[in-house]
Design a protein around this ligand. Structure first.
Ligand code: ADP
Length: 225
């Protein structure tokens, strides 16, 4: 069940950190102290081990973040979505400037009772992906429409697009389509988005005409959850 998975993810990520910390620090020590005493093969092997440990650390942190998405009544407040989007864009400022991305906002963004950290993370992950999975200058549209008493939000990009057969799988934890040498990442971002949206009794999906034609991520959040 979801609850069991959450509990497992929390315990696993928490308990895995300690031994990983030990592995990381000893391999790094090896790297520091013995770099000039070993041949280049040995140095390469140590580098791979350091990189592997770093990656595992990122995955565990992602898992921990995933397992910690819970709704606490005391953290719920009236959240101004326009402000949230600005906050998410601010956190991505460096990437936006590096890629010279154009960001457009459309619609009247509402206020929604929610946890601001969750909703910021949701927008941040989606916009971050739109910036990342793009071969040319990113043009990203963030919008909202009111629909049957709910809010339909979207984040649209002109990026690499997503093939039909992957549209559901990308929301599963650790699932990625593109090789890591091409686009870095852990495959956790969208699973976090999905979990957040579902906690607020909404839903999330993606539409894409096909590879190379951009993607639009939609999510619905109820006015009151
Ligand atoms: P990560 O970004 O760390 O790979 P995510 O869970 O955020 O993990 O995304 C999972 C996969 O979904 C990505 O690896 C990528 O293949 C695909 N994806 C996500 N967002 C987009 C996008 N805007 N355009 C194209 N592909 C995307």
């Amino acid at each position: 069940s979801n609850k069991e998975l959450e509990q497992f993810a929390y315990v696993a990520s928490h308990d895995l950190k300690e031994p990983l910390r030990m592995v990381t620090s000893y391999v790094q020590l090896l790297q520091k102290r013995y770099a000039d005493k070993l041949d280049s093969d040995a140095n390469d092997f140590i580098n791979f081990a350091v990189q592997g440990a770093k990656r595992m650390y990122e995955l565990i942190n992602g898992l921990l973040e995933y397992s910690r998405i819970i709704i606490k009544e005391t953290e719920i407040e009236e959240v101004n979505i326009e402000e949230i989007i600005e906050e998410a864009l601010f956190m991505l400022k460096v990437k936006i400037e590096q890629k010279q991305a154009i960001i457009k906002k459309q619609g009247d963004f509402p206020k929604i009772r929610s946890n601001r950290i969750h909703i910021t993370r949701l927008f941040q992950n989606l916009i971050d992906n739109s910036l990342k999975f793009c071969k040319e200058k990113p043009v990203i549209e963030i919008g909202v429409e009111k629909k049957d008493g709910n809010y339909l939000f979207y984040v649209r990009d002109n990026g690499i697009g997503i093939r039909q057969e992957y549209k559901e799988r990308i929301f599963d934890i650790f699932q990625r389509i593109n090789p890591r040498e091409e686009y870095e990442g852990t495959g956790i971002g969208l699973s976090i988005c999905k979990k957040i949206v579902e906690k607020y009794k909404g839903k999330i999906w993606v539409e894409s005409v096909g590879e190379g034609k951009g993607s639009t991520f939609y999510f619905i959040l109820p006015e009151k959850f």
